[in-house]
Ligand binder design. Structure first.
Ligand code: KE4
Length: 428
C-alpha cells in the first residue's frame, strides 16, 4: 500500500507543488496533503485507507454528498451517449431553464467550465456593455484567477500572502479599484472619484474566501443603489453561495438583485461548470450576438450538465434547505458550545450549508477582523481534527461546507473530535 507522503513526493516531481490548485497543498496549515482515493456520501478515504468526514465537499459542489446515486446514474447515462460534442446539446438548455426559473432577473445564461471563466466573462461583459474600464472589487473577495481579479484577492492568494498576484501588469491592475467589505463609505469614495469610469462592482454577496462573512444590513442594498445611480453593473459572484445558502442563492437570502450573476460549483455537481446569468439586453452583448467575445471548448459539456441537472433536482425537493439548515445548525451550535464550555475564543456560524469557524471571540464582519484570528490555534485544531478523521479546509480563510449526506452520526463524530481537538489547539 502506498502513503500520502510517498504520493506527495512523487507528485511534486511532475506537478507544481504536487497539486493542481494551490490551496490543496496544505501550505497554510503545514503537513502532507491527503491523496484521496474515493468518496461516498459525507466521507472520503485517502490512499492509506483512512476515512474522513468531509467538510470541504470539493470546495462547495458536493451539497448532496459524494457519489449520490441519482447523480451518478445521470452521469453514467449521459456518458453512454458520448462525452463531448462541441455542439449544442439539449441538456444545456434544460439546466439553463432551471437557473432562469430560480433567478427572475436571469433571462439568459452562458455556461463555462469554471467559476474563474464565469467571473472573468462577466467582467468583460460589464466592460463591453458600459464601455468603461474600471472595476470595483473587495479586499479578501476571490473571484478565481483572471488577471484583473487577482488584486487583493482571497482564498489561497490571501492564505499564502500574495493577495495581489505577480504577473499581473500594472497597466491592467490600475483599473481594479479595491474597497472594503461592509464599508459602504469606501465604495462611495471610489464612485466619487471614478464614478462614470466604473463598469461594475463585483462582490461575493456572502464571502467565503476570507472565511464566511455576513453582509451588514443595508450594505448590499447600498451597492445596488450606487451602481444604479452611476450606471455601473452590480455583479454578484455566487460561484460558492449560489444554490448553497438557499435555492435562490445569497440574492434570495439578502433580497438584493444584481445585474449579473456568476455561478459554479453546485450546478456542476462535482463536474467542471461555471455560468454567467443576467438580463437579455446585457447578456446578448456576448458573442455570437454581440461584440463581447466569449467561448469554451467544453462549455455546457453534457456530462457536467447531467450532474448539475441531477443535483438541482435533488436540492429543489421540498424541505431540502430547511432540513440542511436545521442539521447544520446542530453542528454549529455544538461547536460553539464546546468552545464556550472550554472558555476558548472560538466561534462558528453558517448560512444554509455554508459555514465559517474562527479562533475569535465573535464572528468577523470585515477583512481586518478575519485577519485577527489566532492562526496557530487554527493550525493545531485543523491537524487534530484531521488526525481524528475530520477533514476541514486547510486554511483559516476558507469557508467549510455541510451536505445533506451529513447525518446525526457524522455530526456526533465531528463534535466528539472537536472537543478533543479544541483542547489540543489551546494546550500548546
Ligand atoms: P474556479 O475557477 O475555482 O472553479 O472558481 C473560482 C471561484 C470564483 N468565485 C468564487 C466565489 C469562488 O469561491 C471560486 C473558487 N473557490 C475556491 C475555494 N476558496 C476554489 C478552491 C480552489 O481554488 O482550489
Amino acid at each position: 500500500m502506498t502513503s500520502n507522503n510517498a504520493e506527495f513526493e512523487r507528485a511534486k516531481r511532475v506537478l507544481v507543488g504536487g497539486v493542481n490548485s494551490a490551496v490543496r497543498a496544505f501550505r497554510a496549515v503545514g503537513g502532507t496533503p491527503r491523496f484521496i482515493a474515493r468518496a461516498e456520501g459525507a466521507y472520503m478515504w485517502d490512499v492509506e485507507g483512512e476515512r474522513y468526514v468531509d467538510y470541504v465537499g470539493s470546495w462547495g459542489p458536493m451539497i448532496v454528498g459524494h457519489n449520490h446515486p441519482q447523480v451518478l446514474e445521470r452521469v453514467r447515462a449521459a456518458a453512454a451517449d458520448g462525452l463531448s460534442f462541441g455542439a449544442p446539446n439539449v441538456m444545456e438548455t434544460d439546466l439553463a431553464e432551471r437557473i432562469c426559473a430560480l433567478f427572475p432577473q436571469v433571462e439568459r445564461v452562458r455556461f463555462t467550465s469554471s467559476g474563474t471563466e464565469a467571473a472573468m466573462s462577466a467582467l468583460r461583459l460589464a466592460r463591453g456593455f458600459t464601455g468603461r474600464d474600471k472595476i470595483v472589487k473587495f479586499e479578501g473577495c476571490y473571484h478565481g484567477t483572471a488577471d484583473s481579479l487577482l488584486v487583493k484577492a482571497g482564498s489561497g492568494a490571501l492564505a499564502f500572502g500574495t493577495p495581489s498576484s505577480a504577473g499581473v501588469p500594472g497597466d491592467l491592475a490600475r483599473h481594479t479599484l479595491v474597497a472594503s467589505f461592509n464599508d459602504l463609505a469606501s465604495v462611495q469614495a471610489l464612485f466619487d472619484a471614478h464614478g462614470e469610469d466604473i463598469a461594475c462592482v463585483m462582490i461575493e454577496p456572502l464571502p467565503g474566501n476570507m472565511n464566511l462573512i455576513k453582509p451588514a444590513p443595508g450594505f448590499l442594498q447600498g451597492l445596488r443603489t450606487l451602481c444604479t445611480q452611476h450606471g455601473a453593473l452590480l455583479i454578484f459572484d455566487e460561484v460558492m453561495s449560489g444554490f448553497r445558502v438557499a435555492l435562490g442563492g445569497a440574492q434570495q437570502v439578502v433580497g438584493v438583485t444584481p445585474d449579473l450573476s456568476a455561478f459554479g460549483k453546485v450546478i456542476g455537481g462535482g463536474m467542471p461548470v461555471g455560468a454567467i446569468g443576467g438580463p437579455a439586453d446585457v447578456m446578448e452583448r456576448m458573442a455570437p450576438l454581440g461584440p463581447v467575445y466569449q467561448a469554451g471548448t467544453l462549455s455546457g459539456n453534457p456530462i457536467a450538465m447531467s450532474a448539475g441537472i441531477a443535483t438541482l433536482e435533488l436540492i429543489s425537493a421540498p424541505g431540502f434547505f430547511q432540513d440542511l439548515e436545521a442539521r447544520c445548525a446542530r453542528l454549529i451550535d455544538g461547536l460553539n458550545r464546546i468552545a464556550a464550555d472550554r472558555g476558548v475564543a472560538f466561534c462558528a456560524q453558517h448560512v444554509g450549508g455554508m459555514c465559517g469557524m474562527y479562533f475569535l471571540e465573535t464572528p468577523p464582519d470585515s477583512y481586518g477582523a478575519v485577519m485577527q484570528q489566532d492562526v496557530e490555534r487554527f493550525k493545531r485544531f485543523f491537524h487534530a481534527m484531521l488526525d481524528g478523521g475530520i477533514y476541514l479546509p486547510p486554511s483559516p480563510v476558507e469557508a467549510f461546507f455541510f451536505s445533506s449526506a451529513h447525518g446525526d452520526a457524522e455530526i456526533d463524530l465531528t463534535l466528539e473530535q472537536a472537543d478533543r481537538a479544541m483542547r489540543q489547539a489551546v494546550a500548546a
